[in-house]
Design a protein. Structure first.
Length: 131
């Protein structure tokens, strides 16, 4: 009897989540950030800082929940892709990233080479940047 109830509950949740985005790295990062802000604000006394941290906590939680239940999966996928690319670029200390002025393609070049002429691989536009 109880197993049937759990099975129905699981099936109902799977039906509800069908076509929705779910979780990803950005969503989990938002949840962890909200949890940290909540813990920090719990140790503060009453005041403006605690109020602002509470607003930040609720904003991050609502944003994470919105992303999880969103049916616009393409937009959520693009947000997560940009988030991951941003942090990959922060970790990459051997290269600099530039945007092509013509087509906006991201171009990776080695650091420490001085002024160099960069050719965009997509549109073949040439531009000069200091690395």
């Amino acid at each position: 009897m109880f197993q049937q109830f759990l099975y129905r509950l699981k099936a109902g949740f799977q039906n509800f989540m069908a076509g929705r985005y779910g979780t990803d790295k950005l969503g989990l990062t938002l949840l962890v950030a909200a949890l940290v802000i909540s813990l920090v604000s719990a140790f503060l006394g009453p005041g403006l800082v605690k109020l602002l941290l509470s607003f930040a906590y609720y904003f991050l939680m609502c944003w994470a929940i919105f992303r999880m239940f969103s049916r616009n999966t393409y937009a959520r996928y693009e947000e997560n892709r940009k988030f991951l690319r941003f942090f990959d670029q922060l970790k990459d200390r051997q290269h600099r990233y530039f945007e092509c002025p013509k087509c906006r393609q991201s171009v990776r070049v080695p650091r420490g080479k001085g002024k160099i002429a960069i050719t965009c691989p997509r549109c073949r536009e040439k531009f000069i940047k200091k690395t």
